[in-house]
Design a protein around this ligand. Structure first.
Ligand code: IVH
Length: 670
């Protein structure tokens, strides 16, 4: 629009940029591609460079100041920033509710504004005539630190409120936090640079806000949700807390979408349970929920005790982190011989269960975290995630605690342990001589996604091997009723059930059978691709490494593992015996065309557990799906494994559908 005067163009560019930034950061609903936003931004920058007298502090180009502070100055909160009382059980919640009812002299139900309790740090934003004037940390509740420079770098916080009719002075309270994806990314970067990682998103958020150089804060992924107004009187006409929050949202401030209005103790508990279930899937950490009496006149009447209001309470989830002692470190041998160090812990109640073991993944991890026997360690169990050791409690080391070393021999069979150059994983070289590897391969064979032998659980496999009733998978199909019934804790009934399940498992598909064999690097998706490509076991067994590499996404490594597996005489013998025992599958048309995913574009991020990313890609492509490297508005699905990086955040922002590993397998099975 060359006809526009520079001042007018600058004005409309700012409006446009503010609008799109609100769509993107607050509503998660971008209307234009990033490149278009960048173009508008650069145009504004250019004009401001030409006409510096037209720069205003609330221009989108002015978020990041370039002057580090020497120190934070102090900020006094005109209305103190309070904390909350906690309840940890239904009973305690009931007590809170009764106290409020009694004080209000009510026998009707109380309505609450309910929200997640975010795990970050409280801040106060002061808007004067709609302009962000100052921002401070909570500090001791009365005096905090002036972190205005850093708060300005958070894109979802408006430098200028939308709409009009704002009070002359508005004191917005809320929580600044670091979304999970941003936290993972930050720690990944720290690992790459051999720097110390943050223990949790809360510490990372606090550390990022406490930077004297706003450019560092700007490089961190921070967000904020507003949850209250400090100077409530400024909001004159409103009668409920939820209306106040909705008004804040109207002014363009970021609010948590999970907020709700609930009634009575039952409404609170339902909300608590729903959020407990949603918790893992949320893109940010929460440690409970907060209930606030919704009527503002009742809030006033209830007032405060010490530092907390009587009209609000935090209902906390069971702790997800606890401290305990490492009693021993042992090595577990897996199906492929991989040795996994496991910490045996003094049992501790965390995340709702008692934990006495935590995986240490591999020796690199043990060394990085410097864990030794006798150490006090922080254990985390989040949701259904396997418990892990977060870090050693500083100063808890025993005087003579030895460094953990990789054993030279397999703890189960005594064979040499080998760790190849550059590999994180050490393996027992005993192969099928090793009882641990045999047990694990039988467990894998019987598992649900493999032969699906109902009733053949881990414990029973161990008993069968330990009692020498079976050695390899083919022995399963020679078991007699008495072999099983005579085991401890087994009877005739369960023995005959198991025999029936074994019989049923003989009818299988080729891809399940291939998967069940437990070839290294062959997960479900690769097994499926191999079955499709070759159509018969004979052809697969006779394939050369070159043949194998023609299967979509089978690379040299997988090809070598598959080739070696089928050229090992012992493996061939076991397969022959399995087929003689009656295992069979329907004939399959090679290269059968199932193009159910045609027209869809996928992006894969994070670590998958049942297959590699390459396998997942191959499987999606085999069904006609496209697999891209980066997330855009055109992405149909983002497949996320463990520790997803910035892609998950991007997808979240673009509203791209997210598929976890189970969802992916379901889609592939359709
Ligand atoms: S309301 C007077 N709502 O929890 C009411 N606080 O343990 C003051 N917090 O200092 C707080 N999420 O930093 C409120 N949805 C939420 C919250 C929340 C997190 C924090 C806040 C407060 C602390 C008290």
């Amino acid at each position: 629009m060359p006809s526009q005067k520079p001042a007018d163009r600058i004005h409309s560019l700012r409006q446009l940029l503010n609008h799109h930034s609100y769509q993107y950061y607050v509503l998660d609903a971008p209307e234009i591609p990033d490149a278009e936003y960048d173009r508008l931004y650069r145009e504004l920058q250019q004009l401001e460079l030409q006409y510096p007298e037209l720069i205003t502090p609330d221009s989108p180009t002015q978020r990041i100041g370039d002057q580090p502070l020497a120190a934070f100055s102090q900020i006094r909160h005109e209305v103190p920033m309070l904390s909350l009382d906690n309840v940890f059980s239904d009973d305690e919640l009931n007590d809170f509710y009764r106290r409020a009812q009694t004080k209000l002299d009510l026998n009707t139900e109380i309505e609450f504004a309910a929200e997640p309790k975010l795990d970050g740090l409280a801040v106060s934003l002061i808007y004067e005539n709609g302009m962000l004037a100052r921002a401070g940390t909570r500090g001791d509740g009365v005096t905090g630190e002036d972190i205005t420079q850093n708060i300005r770098t958070i894109h979802s916080i408006p430098l200028h409120l939308m709409g009009e009719d704002w009070p002359v002075k508005l004191d917005v309270r809320g929580e600044v936090f670091m979304p999970k994806a941003g936290f993972e990314l930050l720690n990944q970067r720290a690992r790459e640079k051999n720097e110390k990682e943050f223990a949790n998103p809360r510490n990372a958020a606090a550390g990022s806000l406490r930077q004297l150089d706003p450019r560092i804060t700007a490089s961190r992924s921070l967000a904020m949700y507003c949850y209250a107004v400090g100077n409530a009187d400024s909001m004159g006409k409103f009668t409920t807390h939820s209306d106040v929050l909705n008004q804040l949202s109207q002014w363009g401030l970021p609010l948590c979408k999970e907020r709700s209005v609930v009634k009575g103790v039952k409404g609170c508990l339902d909300y608590f349970n729903t959020m407990g279930q949603k918790r893992i899937a949320l893109p940010y950490d929460i440690d409970g929920v907060v209930y606030k009496v919704n009527r503002l006149d009742w809030q006033k009447e209830l007032g405060f005790v010490a530092k907390a209001p009587r009209w609000a309470v935090a209902h906390k989830f069971p702790a997800q982190e606890e401290i305990t002692t490492v009693n021993a470190i042992e090595f577990q041998v897996g199906r492929t011989g991989a040795l996994t160090p496991v910490a045996r812990l003094e049992p501790v109640f965390v995340g709702g269960v008692t934990v006495s073991n935590a995986t240490l993944h591999n020796m690199d991890e043990v060394e990085r975290k410097e864990i030794r026997v006798g150490d006090r360690v922080i254990i985390r169990r989040a949701g259904d995630v396997i418990p892990e050791v977060v870090s050693v409690v500083p100063g808890s080391r025993q005087l003579h605690a030895n460094k953990i070393v990789l054993p030279a021999h397999c703890p189960v069979c005594g064979s040499d342990v080998v760790r190849e150059e550059g590999e994180a994983i050490a393996r027992c070289s005993g192969g099928l001589y090793c009882a641990a590897q045999r047990k694990e391969s039988i467990k894998h064979f019987a598992s649900r996604k493999a032969m699906d032998i109902e009733g053949l659980g881990d414990k029973l496999v161990e008993q069968l091997v330990d009692e020498k009733r079976i050695e390899h998978v083919d022995d399963l199909y020679r078991l007699q009723l008495n072999d099983i019934a005579s085991l401890e804790r087994m009877g005739e009934k369960s023995a005959s059930n198991l025999l029936a399940a074994l019989d049923k498992s003989k009818t299988v598909t080729l891809s399940r059978f291939i998967y069940a064999l437990g070839v290294r690097e062959v997960g479900e998706a690769t097994a499926l691709a191999l079955a499709k490509h070759f159509g018969s076991l004979e052809k697969l067994q006779d394939a050369s490494e070159e043949d194998l590499q023609t299967v979509p996404d089978v690379g040299p490594v997988v090809a070598r593992h598959v080739f070696h597996f089928f050229h090992e005489p012992h493996n061939r013998q076991i397969i022959q015996r399995l087929r003689t025992a009656g295992i069979h599958w329907p004939d399959q048309q090679a290269n059968e065309q199932n193009q159910s995913l045609a027209g869809l574009t996928f992006v894969i991020t994070g670590t998958l557990t049942g297959m590699t990313r390459d396998e997942a890609r191959a499987a999606l492509q085999a069904r006609g799906g496209k697999v891209a490297g980066s997330v855009s508005a055109k992405t149909s699905y983002l497949v996320v494994g463990d520790s997803p990086g910035s892609k998950a955040e991007k997808a979240e922002q673009l509203g791209v559908k997210i598929l976890d590993e189970a969802g992916l397998m379901k889609l592939l099975a359709e």
